[in-house]
Design a protein around this ligand. Structure first.
Ligand SMILES: *[C@@H]1O[C@H](CO)[C@@H](O)[C@H](O)[C@H]1NC(C)=O
Ligand SMILES: *[C@@H]1O[C@H](CO)[C@@H](O)[C@H](O)[C@H]1NC(C)=O
Ligand SMILES: *[C@@H]1O[C@H](CO)[C@@H](O)[C@H](O)[C@H]1NC(C)=O
Ligand SMILES: *[C@@H]1O[C@H](CO)[C@@H](O)[C@H](O)[C@H]1NC(C)=O
Length: 373
């Protein structure tokens, strides 16, 4: 029989101690434990790199300002950090939530959170079909169900439940693609507009989202933050396509977003009453981004209409950002990085409001308050 060497015992004790740091650290108030991120390309951190899809951002110059990768593309649809990255950092999570589909997102790598977001994804399963593959919210929640079981194995069922319900925040940033890459697509393609009125479509979205949030609750999520849909009629893509002037936005797209947003707000207050012990925070991304676009000079931007990286038309808004795109010099002076997505500079301003802003943009509590509850 082999004898146990003293140093191997030391190693075992050390491992137990570092695991108990996670487990017992769960009771302390030193920052958030984990950040679970659901949504679309606004917060995708690389899941689409692992899909056969037409929606990809792991090509330069995406990520050019992302310090953690030394400026290499990671699959984030922006030049630097996403809102999800910045919020996690500011709430004290030691590292960015790992993309669920990355092969090395296993074991302890998931303790600080997992990111399920996928470029092209939406609330409805059919959304983003033009990209061939993407993860819709139903599938993202199926994946969290897998993660949930892994937490039981890592921490034990009782501590896992505590960690998930008390020390984790669940953020959901979704809905824009349900309009841009579903309902508003030209009538001859896959758009639901052929068969459904806006009221019926938005009704469907809200009913789906109610089920989806309830499923997360059943899996012990308690601290939620849900973003509404931004002013999608003001993105460079829509403005270029519709040949608008600098300070105009596409009316129909913004009207649909506002109509959905009103229903979302009602849904979230309904769930705040219905889901015992949960707190559901509403992030008013629409008004926040609208303020940024309207008053961009106040925030040090020189344009809120032209994409920094893109090509085509007046606002470089037709062809997505890639190696052959024209690239602006002053990236921190553009609200939009590409035809669809905000720059890191804009993300920083948006994230700051969500973290510590007033109820005008984040209610009933802001994210720093939510963490400390
Ligand atoms: C997983 O692999 C990627 C790519 O090699 C690397 O950048 C990342 O840091 C790794 N993540 C973890 C949690 O080990
Ligand atoms: C959407 O996809 C999910 C996951 O594949 C599936 O469970 C669900 O039934 C689908 N929903 C609809 C309405 O097709
Ligand atoms: C999670 O997965 C199990 C099967 O492993 C299933 O029975 C359960 O309904 C799922 N929960 C949710 C909320 O989807
Ligand atoms: C832009 O700033 C002005 C002056 O501070 C303010 O009155 C207005 O509401 C802002 N616009 C938006 C869309 O928030």
């Amino acid at each position: 029989m082999a004898s146990v060497k003293p140093w191997s015992l030391v190693l075992v004790v050390f491992c137990i101690m570092s695991l108990s740091y996670f487990v017992n650290g769960a009771g302390s108030n030193e920052g958030l434990g984990a950040s679970f991120i659901f949504g679309d390309s606004l917060v995708d951190a690389g899941n689409n790199n692992y899909l056969q899809t037409l929606s990809r951002a792991n090509i330069p110059p995406n990520g050019i300002d992302f310090k953690a990768s030394g400026g290499q593309p990671t699959g984030r649809y922006t030049n630097g950090r996403t809102i999800g990255d910045i919020v996690g950092e500011e709430l004290g999570v030691p590292s960015y939530a790992v993309p669920y589909l990355a092969p090395n997102s296993t074991g302890k790598a998931i303790l600080y959170g997992v990111n399920y977001a996928s470029g092209g994804g939406g609330i409805m399963n059919a959304t983003g079909r033009i990209f061939v593959n993407r993860l819709g919210l139903d599938i993202q929640i199926d994946y969290f169900n897998n993660t949930r079981k892994q937490f039981d194995k890592l921490l034990g069922p009782s501590k896992a439940k505590d960690y998930i319900s008390k020390r984790s925040i669940f953020s959901i940033t979704i809905g824009a693609n349900d309009f841009l890459n579903n309902y508003l697509l030209p009538v001859l393609s896959v758009g639901a507009r052929i068969s459904e009125s806006p009221d019926a479509f938005i009704d469907d979205m809200i009913n789906h989202l109610r089920n989806q949030l309830t499923r997360l609750y059943q899996l012990d999520a308690r601290k939620f933050v849900i973003g509404n849909v931004g002013p999608i009629g003001c993105i460079p893509y829509q403005k270029t396509l519709n040949q608008l002037n600098e300070n105009e936005c596409v009316d129909l797209a913004n009207k649909l977003a506002m109509q959905y947003n009103r229903r979302l707000k009602e849904l979230l207050s309904e769930l705040n009453g219905k889901l015992q012990g949960a707190i559901v925070v509403h992030a008013n991304v629409y008004d926040l981004v609208m303020e940024l676009i309207t008053n961009y000079t106040k925030y040090g931007f020189t344009t809120a209409s032209k994409a920094c990286c893109g090509n085509g038309g007046q606002f470089a808004g037709i062809i997505p950002c890639g190696p052959t795109s024209s690239l602006c010099k002053d990236r921190e002076k553009h609200v939009f990085w590409d035809p669809y997505h905000p720059s890191e500079a804009a993300n920083v301003i948006i994230a700051r409001q969500l973290l510590s802003g007033s109820t005008k943009y984040i209610s009933p509590v802001n994210l720093k308050q939510l963490r400390n509850l």
